[in-house]
Design a protein around this ligand. Structure first.
Ligand SMILES: *Cc1c(COP(=O)(O)O)cnc(C)c1O
Length: 374
């Protein structure tokens, strides 16, 4: 492991593990084309390097997906020319740049559709869009009953091509897939209607990672894995899988001291040592995405041994009781997320201790944590 010199904390990201996870997605998705989701800084892993790497796997990945226009622009600025889908669409003032940069918006209202058409005519540049349908998520998308009217509108916009139709699962991660099935069949009804009318849309897509794992029939023309690529299962109930987490987070011990029994640790004195203790102060805090909720709950790995977080997590630091760990020195790194030998503390485990889900832990890893790619 080679952190950049003097890094207080760093995240080591394995590109070979990412490649292997991509292969696992292909196996699960039975070679359905992939729209790789790299929103939210590629779930905390670094959008530009991750997308650049995945972009080299051209035969496997058809397109990239980000949440916002700005995220798409950042990828374009980094020289990434692959198709990029903007999952939350675009605001009116973003349309000219969106067209110029050839970003593909997801559309879910007529107003935006018309504005895009007008701008496309003005810029003399045809635009591809994907239409989002709300089949049960209750977030983005036009309602199924509005699809016909919307389609007529699309057909009357000569500069707009409907390249895709999509919807999003609300609970494909559960054991009970009845609602997911319902969403799939709502989407299928719409697609059949399109086919009947002789309308051909190249990409119809619905499956997120949970859908890829659990609903083969939802693979359609394209799948949209996010969390799987980064090595975690989205499922509520853990099932055996061959994914490998691609990121390990390490933070440095800033100071070490032995304190007597009865010593309060950190803000609010929520922890009082019950014995003579060796306390390490570590350079990671909630500003770096190590949640406050891990105060007196979190665990890290020090020289192969799991050690508890004592007292409240601070903005930039937290304290560990390392009394039971092998001897440590100032400047040593502890593992915040990752494994040492047979001892592990992956983001899934961190999330469970913090009573949240793995997505929030990964996305939350802050910008001070230096990303290193191996
Ligand atoms: C985030 C997102 C995904 C990926 O979800 P995972 O559970 O991480 O696989 C897919 N589709 C849409 C629309 C999303 O917003």
């Amino acid at each position: 492991m080679s952190p950049s010199k003097h890094a207080s904390s760093f995240a080591e990201i394995s590109l070979s593990a990412l490649k292997e996870n991509l292969r696992q997605v292909q196996i699960q998705a039975e070679n359905t084309p992939i729209l790789a989701i790299v929103k939210a800084n590629a779930y905390g892993h670094g959008a530009v390097p991750i997308t650049q790497f995945l972009s080299q796997q051209k035969d496997k990945i058809k397109m990239f997906g980000v949440a916002f226009f700005e995220e798409g622009l950042a990828l374009r600025s980094a020289g990434i020319r692959d198709p990029i889908l903007i999952l939350t669409g675009c605001m009116p003032e973003q349309i000219p740049d969106m067209i110029a940069e050839e970003l593909t918006p997801v559309i879910f209202d007529v107003q935006t559709l018309e504005a895009i058409n007008t701008a496309a005519i003005k810029q003399e540049k045809p635009v591809k869009i994907h239409l989002k349908i709300d089949t049960g998520m209750g977030r983005l998308g036009i309602r199924p009953e509005a699809v016909r009217a919307f389609m007529l509108k699309v057909l009357s916009c000569p500069s707009v091509t409907l390249e895709g139709i999509l919807s999003h699962f609300a609970e494909a991660d559960l054991k009970d897939l009845s609602f997911a099935q319902k969403q799939l069949s709502r989407l299928q009804t719409i697609l059949e209607d399109f086919t009947d009318k002789g309308l051909n849309v190249p990409y119809c897509h619905l499956a997120n990672s949970a859908g890829i794992f659990q609903l083969k029939s939802a693979q359609l023309d394209c799948v949209r894995p996010g969390i799987m690529l980064y090595g975690y299962s989205p499922l509520e109930e853990a099932i055996p899988h061959k994914l490998t987490p691609i990121m390990q987070v390490k933070a440095r011990i800033i100071t070490l001291k032995t304190v007597p029994k009865g010593t309060p640790i950190s803000y609010g004195r929520t922890f009082i040592t019950k014995r003579k203790s060796r306390i390490a102060t570590v350079a990671i805090g909630y500003a770096d995405g190590y949640p406050l909720s891990l105060s007196n709950r979190g665990m890290m790995i020090a020289k192969g041994k799991l050690v508890p977080v004592t007292g409240r997590v601070c903005m930039d630091m937290c304290m560990l009781d390392v009394s039971d760990a092998p001897p440590l020195t100032i400047g040593d790194y502890v593992t915040v997320i990752g494994s040492e030998g047979s001892t592990s503390m992956w983001a899934q485990q961190v999330a469970s201790l913090a009573k949240t889900h793995v997505y929030e832990i990964l996305c939350g890893i802050g910008s001070r944590v230096k990303r290193c790619y191996v």
